[in-house]
Write a protein that binds this ligand. Structure first.
Ligand code: C5P
Length: 237
């Protein structure tokens, strides 16, 4: 498959067209941003780690009945994925209170929740990705009820699979963000990435943050945190 013109550059990835209209190539960058782009930096090696980690997890999820956009890893940083129309919702699952949930509801970080919870944010940088509910998502045409039902079901399945996977390597999955897309035939697939950029990973024994909060909160050595998760997953040894 031939890489053609760049069609989109996001905060952490570039997307290129290919000679087949059904596929695009994603190229992961080392650039890190936080607080809707207000804080900028670099996490050396992040692009390669996020690319390979995402592909690995998407392959696991496919075997558990979650369709994904993954097609083929080309190299360290680049992957062929199905071309999709992204549904403009960030789907956030939480197992423990942290981040914006703790702030908004005044619940201390690390507080156990009575059940896992799901929220939608409307994907719009200018508005700062505002929290919306499913009625609002339908009202503004972001998704249909059928799409919301499918996304919700897939997101909770992803949570069960990932919680168990990360517990197996000594990591507690606190929360994470997913994005879904629609292929040309209307199939909903998991898109975007699953990485320390988009998940909160806490070391089970020490509670140490092994994710992008190291960068957001200046906790030190984000490279080390990303590499630690990567190594525990069996990569880079
Ligand atoms: O900031 P907040 O607590 O809402 O984040 C919840 C989860 O979603 C975190 O794991 C965070 O990394 C992820 N997230 C993301 N992209 C965003 C917002 C949140 O990956 N734009």
């Amino acid at each position: 498959m031939k890489q053609m013109d760049m069609i989109y550059e996001g905060k952490a990835k570039k997307v290129y067209a290919t000679d087949d209209p059904n596929y695009v190539i994603v190229d992961y960058k080392d650039d890190a941003t936080a607080f809707n782009g207000q804080k900028k930096g670099t996490i050396v090696g992040k692009g390669a780690i996020n690319n390979r980690m995402t592909n690995y997890l998407m392959k696991v999820l496919e075997t558990k009945g979650v369709p994904t956009h993954f097609v083929e890893e080309i190299d360290d940083r680049r992957t062929v994925v199905k071309k999709v129309d992204i549904i403009p919702l960030e789907v956030i699952i939480r197992n423990k209170a942290a981040g914006s949930f703790s702030k908004r509801l005044g619940i201390a970080e690390g507080t156990e929740l009575k059940c896992s919870t799901l929220e939608f944010s409307y994907k719009d940088d200018d508005l700062g990705d505002p929290l919306i509910n499913s009625y609002m998502a339908k009202a503004i045409g972001a998704a249909t009820q059928e799409e919301i039902d499918a996304i919700t079901k897939y997101a909770f399945t992803v949570n069960e699979v990932l919680k168990e996977f990360f517990a197996g390597i000594g990591i507690e999955l606190i929360d994470f963000k997913l994005e879904f897309g629609k292929t040309s035939d209307g199939t909903i697939v998991l898109a975007d990435e699953i990485s320390p950029d988009t998940c909160r990973y806490w070391d089970i024994k020490t509670g140490k943050h092994l994710d992008k909060d190291t960068f957001r909160r200046d906790l030190g050595d984000p490279e080390g945190a990303y590499q630690e998760v990567f190594k525990r997953m069996g990569f880079g040894e």
